[in-house]
Design a binder for this molecule. Sequence first.
Ligand SMILES: [Ca+2]
Ligand SMILES: [Ca+2]
Ligand SMILES: [Ca+2]
Ligand SMILES: [Ca+2]
Length: 386
Amino acid sequence: MRQVPTRAWHCSIAIIALAVVIPCPGHTTEASSPKEPCDRIPARLKHVGVVTGQGMLAKKLWYEQTGLGKITDIRWGNFDGEPGEEFVVVGTQGAAFLRPDGGQKSTVRFDWRAIGEYWGEHVVAADMDNDGQCEFLDRAGAWLPPVALLSHRGKPLWTYTSDDGVDNAVAGDVNGDGRLEVAVGFNGGGGVHLVDRDGRTLWKQPDGNVWHLEMLDVNGDGKPEIVHSNAAGQITVRDAQGQVLWRTEDKTSVSDFCTVAWPNVTPAALLFVDEGHLRVLDVRGATKASKSLLLTAAGPSVWFTWQSAAWVTQKGQPARLAVLLDQEVYDRGLLLLFDDALNLLYQEVLGTSGAALYAGGPLAGQGRVLVGAEDQVWEYRLTPRE
Ligand SMILES: [Ca+2]
Ligand SMILES: [Ca+2]
Ligand SMILES: [Ca+2]
Ligand SMILES: [Ca+2]
């Protein structure tokens, strides 16, 4: 009988991937034993707790469900097949549908054993056929695991990979037919593939090390384009046929990134970490903001595997930008809060890897943001100003 690999093995795989594609933090010359780097946490991430802005945010446990795994997606919308909107909280091992107050409506467990030695990497809710009942897409991201689509009940429908290994994937309706396609980015020379909701290849386009992909409607025609990074650190925008609409000429050093609403940037900006700086660019590569994270002063720079960002809004107060940086190799998350000029207001080192941040739906205007952890979702609330 096949076993679900442990997180230690997961860590080893991540380290092997790091050693192959990017210098491992603190191990820039040669790879040492896979176990060792997991124990050698950079000084700036070692101690868990609030570093800056104590008292600015009130924190409480909002939802807990053993067995969900690492929470990788939190959203508000119509996902559970019942009328009306709800929260969906998706983890690597299952998902929960919740009422506005966090009360549980129903849960789903993912049946990874049906597709072998696999455990879920970065799973998100994706309603592939727009029927109000979501499916679950594993966006992969660790090179070895395939992209996987699971049914609403958590049963694998298909997986997709190649000999090059998957770097990342994202779902979106690029051709405007009401059904979602999945753009898959491969390591090495594997390029970008577009896959339909049944897992069939629609097209393949060449590229190198397609680290991360998102969907953004960059030309305002109502259909998203595919926006991705590559081996040269360039932002590349592709249309529904995979043709390059443009790619940044200057080396922009983008590998992993997330999208975030930004003043005077349509439709959204790209946010990422580059050599210890948090940077915000528009899709043409123009810098909109940049700030040192003060992570490199003591020890090697820290490589974050996933970025999440959301604006926290509260009536009568300026909006705050919440950013969650995921360091799953060291099992740490970094929660940051900035003002709109990217001045740091709050910084907390989380004792678990974190890759889900949400401040929309019923949270909008309430000064509240949800942060995913292992089997848990925490609520942070802006405290009243003095
Ligand atoms: Ca619903
Ligand atoms: Ca569906
Ligand atoms: Ca479509
Ligand atoms: Ca478009």
